[in-house]
Write a protein that binds this ligand. Structure first.
Ligand code: NAD
Length: 316
């Protein structure tokens, strides 16, 4: 049994990671100040191998027991959150990553940081391989997230090269599934909420911009495979099947059997036009590729989350 520390463990992805690590027989210490996460995501976990520490990682923090793996997922992730919390987002990416890397160094633990496809910005290369350095606007409103993640990657490589910490970087592409918040502003929970209420589905721009959507179980499998590898360079994990936002809206209407119409709204600033991972490296070094199709993943999200939760009944 290994001891795994998961920052952001009460968030959408972090809570699924905690579930999977516990399912594999590990001890899990979840560090989360509930800034964008929720106790609801971990309320079902009632086992002695699980501990939640309500700590803000932008301040130094310590764990008084041996730790083997550190999964660093804490950070506002949805545009609605990081636009509301710009300074916090920069602090989590900088101070929070410093403190968490320092903890991994102290415990001689393997450290994995959750980076993002946003490090590629509005990409000029398509699909995006890990070797592409990106096209990010540092001073636009989204810069707080994109640059925090780029800084966290630089810091991770510096701790690896100079301090000898065993590190890994996963570049996560859009991931969806149960426990996404219905009002977090991202396309899938928004479209599902609107379709399940037969309300108009709001597509930004003309809906021709593309995204690739990975179901959460595929992503978690990829993260764990990377943590168990000895690999230190960034690895893309995402589903390479690419859809326009309009196609996504149509898929959501199909699986929900909704009578919603599609309406169009202004495109947000610096919204990327295309987004598709090149997953060749993940296949080569981890033997990983996604298994869940978009239609199956949408159906599983509805079944596992339940309609009440997806439309936001009783939730913020
Ligand atoms: P989330 O907002 O659901 O989870 C983030 C968690 O971090 C929350 O539980 C929040 O309370 C916690 N947190 C934030 N600031 C903290 C602090 N100072 N101290 C302690 N805890 C803090 O987001 P998510 O979608 O689960 O994303 C998890 C990670 O994956 C993030 O690092 C995000 O950037 C990355 N990521 C996610 C996606 C995606 O599609 N969901 C895509 C790319 C990258």
């Amino acid at each position: 049994m290994a001891t795994c520390l998961v920052t952001g463990g009460a968030g959408f992805l972090g809570s699924h990671l905690c579930d999977e690590l516990l399912g594999r027989g590990h001890r899990v210490i979840c560090v989360d100040n509930l800034e964008t996460g929720s106790l609801r995501n971990i309320a079902h976990i009632r086992r002695p191998e699980f501990t939640h520490l309500n700590l803000d990682i932008t301040a130094p923090y310590f764990v008084d027991e041996p730790v083997d793996f550190v999964f660093h997922l804490a950070s506002p992730a949805s545009p609605i959150d990081y636009l509301r919390l710009p300074l916090h987002t920069l602090k989590v990416g900088s101070y929070g990553t410093h403190h968490t890397l320092g903890l991994a160094k102290l415990h001689r633990a393997r450290f994995l940081t959750a980076s993002t496809s946003e490090v590629y910005g509005d990409p000029q290369v398509h699909p995006q391989p890990e070797s592409y350095w990106g096209h990010v606007n540092p001073i636009g409103p989204r810069g707080v997230y994109d640059e925090a993640k780029r800084y966290a990657e630089a810091l991770t490589m510096a701790y690896h090269r100079q301090q000898g910490v065993d590190t890994a970087i996963v570049r996560i592409f859009n991931t969806y599934g149960p426990r996404m918040r219905p009002h977090d502003g991202r396309a899938i929970p928004t479209f599902l909420r609107q379709a399940l209420q037969n309300r108009p589905i709001t597509v930004f721009g003309d809906g021709s911009q593309t995204r690739s959507f990975c179901f959460v179980s595929d992503l978690i499998r990829g993260i764990i495979a990377l943590s168990e590898s000895g690999y230190h360079q960034p690895v893309n994990i995402g589903n390479p099947d690419e859809y326009t936002l309009l196609q996504l809206a149509q898929a959501v209407i199909e699986v929900t059997n909704s009578s919603s119409e599609i309406v169009y709204e202004a495109l947000p600033t610096d919204d990327p036009q295309v987004r598709q991972p090149d997953t060749t490296l993940a296949q080569q070094i981890l033997g990983w590729s996604p298994e869940v199709t978009l239609l199956d993943g949408l159906r599983r999200t509805i079944d596992e989350a339940g309609i009440d939760t997806l439309v936001g009944n009783g939730l913020r």
